[in-house]
Design a protein around this ligand. Structure first.
Ligand SMILES: Cc1cc2nc3c(=O)[nH]c(=O)nc-3n(C[C@H](O)[C@H](O)[C@H](O)COP(=O)(O)OP(=O)(O)OC[C@H]3O[C@@H](n4cnc5c(N)ncnc54)[C@H](O)[C@@H]3O)c2cc1C
Length: 309
């Protein structure tokens, strides 16, 4: 424990956490990043990023690696272990990791969110190769193609509307008859000539294309009749929700009804010295650019709080 003292401990080395590290280090603070899996977060799963301002085209891994290298070159330290909880001792915080404890003057929670998976065996294999969890990010790669969206909430409806504007055809697969999303948006979607609603149906299998490398078709099963149907699609956009994993931090950060950390653009939680950044916090746009900007805001707030002591 004696050596595990830092100005700022950051839970999560995704785009938000790494951006926070860069800003904190440049503000003269010592930083320890705790990462439960691999650095880079969700973005390492996508082969192409084309919407980060200033970078025309980059792979998700290269983007993440660039951030990681930049943070490391500035002197960040990283430990590959999950942060389980934060103990608030006033001016000091103890971050309890799976293996070690870390002491800090300030903590930034940047634990992101996981897309809720379909739970099908072949799913992992096609992520980034015809399975996407982000239509805003990946839709443009399927311009003029036939795609499917799975989900019944606002995200799925918005995704289907966006894709209908650029794709030849969109199947909207939903396990119920009624949508959870806005009725007006559903009606607007019904008016589009290239959207086919596949209702009371679940995605039950995934098939490769002829080359065997990318997704080529999905199987849907009607919940009432049990009949199956094969839809040839270039991509399946899965929009069945995200899962934040913040329950361990509920003592120091209020969670909203969905489990996201309730904080606004200022990235402040209710506990002095505990900040949050990126996809793990309550927000409407979950993208690289918003994660990076949260990282900057949280780190600079933490640094000035420490300077004021
Ligand atoms: C397939 C895909 C494609 C995408 N494409 C784009 C795109 O083209 N453009 C774009 O702008 N956005 C895109 N996004 C969204 C973008 O990846 C996210 O908005 C961004 O990664 C959020 O960054 P984050 O750091 O907040 O969270 P995350 O990326 O989720 O990173 C959080 C990190 O924290 C770690 N972690 C979680 N819990 C703990 C814990 N308790 N202790 C320690 N570590 C923990 C995780 O392992 C992870 O590494 C895409 C997302 C996906 C899934």
């Amino acid at each position: 424990m004696a050596d595990n003292r830092y100005d700022i401990v950051i839970a999560g080395a995704g785009p938000a956490g790494l951006s926070a590290a860069i800003y904190a280090l440049r503000a003269g603070k010592s930083v320890m990043l705790l990462e439960a899996a691999q650095f880079g977060g969700q973005i390492v799963n996508t082969p192409e990023v084309e919407n980060y301002p200033g970078i025309k085209h980059i792979s998700g891994f290269d983007f993440a690696y660039g951030l990681y290298e930049q943070a490391m070159a500035l002197g960040a330290q990283i430990a590959f272990e999950r942060a389980e909880s934060v103990e608030d001792l006033g001016d000091r915080k103890i971050v309890h990791g799976v293996k070690n404890d870390y002491e800090a003057g300030a903590v930034i929670l940047a634990t992101g969110a996981k897309n809720r998976p379909l739970g099908l065996e072949a799913e992992q294999r096609f992520i980034g190769h015809g399975i996407s969890y982000c239509a805003t990010c990946d839709g443009a790669f399927f311009r003029g193609r036939v795609v499917a969206v799975n989900g019944g909430g606002n995200t799925a409806i918005e995704d289907a509307a966006y894709l209908a504007g650029i794709c030849e055809k969109v199947y909207l697969i939903h396990r119920r008859e009624q949508f959870r999303g806005e009725e007006r948006a559903v009606e607007a979607l019904r008016g589009r000539g290239n959207v086919e609603f596949v209702l009371n149906a679940t995605v039950t299998d995934l098939f490769p294309d002829e080359a065997g490398e990318r997704l080529g078709a999905v199987e849907v099963t009607d919940k009432n009749s049990g009949e199956t149907r094969r839809l040839d699609v270039a991509c399946l956009f899965v929009a069945i929700g995200q899962i934040p994993e913040n329950s361990g931090f509920a003592d120091v950060a209020r969670l909203d009804e969905k489990g996201y950390i309730a904080a606004g653009e200022d990235c402040l939680t209710g506990t002095p010295g505990v900040y949050t950044a990126g996809d793990c916090r309550t927000k409407t746009v979950r993208q690289l650019v918003t994660a990076a900007s949260d990282g900057a805001v949280a780190a600079l707030a933490a640094a000035s709080m420490l300077d004021a002591k």
